[in-house]
Design a protein around this ligand. Sequence first.
Ligand code: PMP
Length: 354
Amino acid sequence: MTKVHNFSAGPSILAPSAFEKSIEDIRNFAGTGLSILEISHRSKQFEAVMDETRQLVADLLNVPSNYDILFLGGGASTQFYMVPHNFLRTAAAYTKTGVWASGALKEAKLYGDVKVVASSEDANFSYIPKDYTIPADVDYFHCTSNNTIYGTQMKSYPESPVPVFCDMSSDIFSKPVDVSKFGLIYAGAQKNMGPAGVTLVIVNKDLYSRRSDRPMPSMLDYKLHGEKGSMHNTPPVFPILVSKYNLEWVKEQGGVKGMAARNAAKSSLLYSAIDSNPHFTTKVAVEDRSDMNVCWVLAPGSEHLEEKFNTACKEAGISGIKGHRSTGGYRASLYNALPIESVQALVHVMETFA
Ligand code: PMP
């Protein structure tokens, strides 16, 4: 069988060691003679997994001690309303840089006044807006670090007079980030962390004193989840376990600095292949190109080659490069665990095709 090169946008490629170790734990978890899938989340063996995963996140991202590290259910989409439920008292500032950013601000509108301080909707979200001002009279500023569908990525963060909240679903653990500059970070696991089913939230506990006074169902309460060590209800045990093993791999590879070097090498290889190929082009602003999701289209005049290119990719085992249904074209996701050999295989097909 041809080797499959997995460019899926999420759920996506994970470290092979994460699968091997998890399979063993499905058979016999931590010497208990039971499967991880059938043991209590309150067993000392699973509590150890929870502690170790939390510690890995703290170490990899250098999380300051006044932050809670939470493992919650509901996907990043639940954070779209959990964030404003907790922290939007009167108004919040949002950037509109893609489908997910728009989803986040739509939900926030259910809770109060949302000021869209910057948008790239005018050019189909092909760039990251810059030079905007965040008002001081809002409760927080929300942005999306990497726009998974459009292949744009924030390379820096604006100065903000209010706490910065960020959806880092598609580039967390891909490079160093100064957590102390953020009030809250959230990320669905299913790109660089682990399988779908768990969402990481890193939140500055000092913000709990500024919470809204609206009624607070327990499951929406960050403070409670923090106090209960993400064990207020049954946590997504298996996704947390696999995340632990995947993050151990990240650590072994040099941590997030190691990942940044690895990811930059992959993305520059692919972007040069696109830029130098007459059949392909990309609409993404050069300075905002994402290291995680590389989006491109067939150049004008080469559109008729679509089927031929798709077949060539298929024959070479290239999987998951179809662009999002809203953009068309192609998107190769180069998350942490994707080896450079997979990018070389894709580039080889593109070159041969030209
Ligand atoms: N934010 C971003 C940046 C995403 O890429 C996605 C999903 N791909 C989401 C939010 C939604 O995540 P979930 O499916 O976990 O709710």
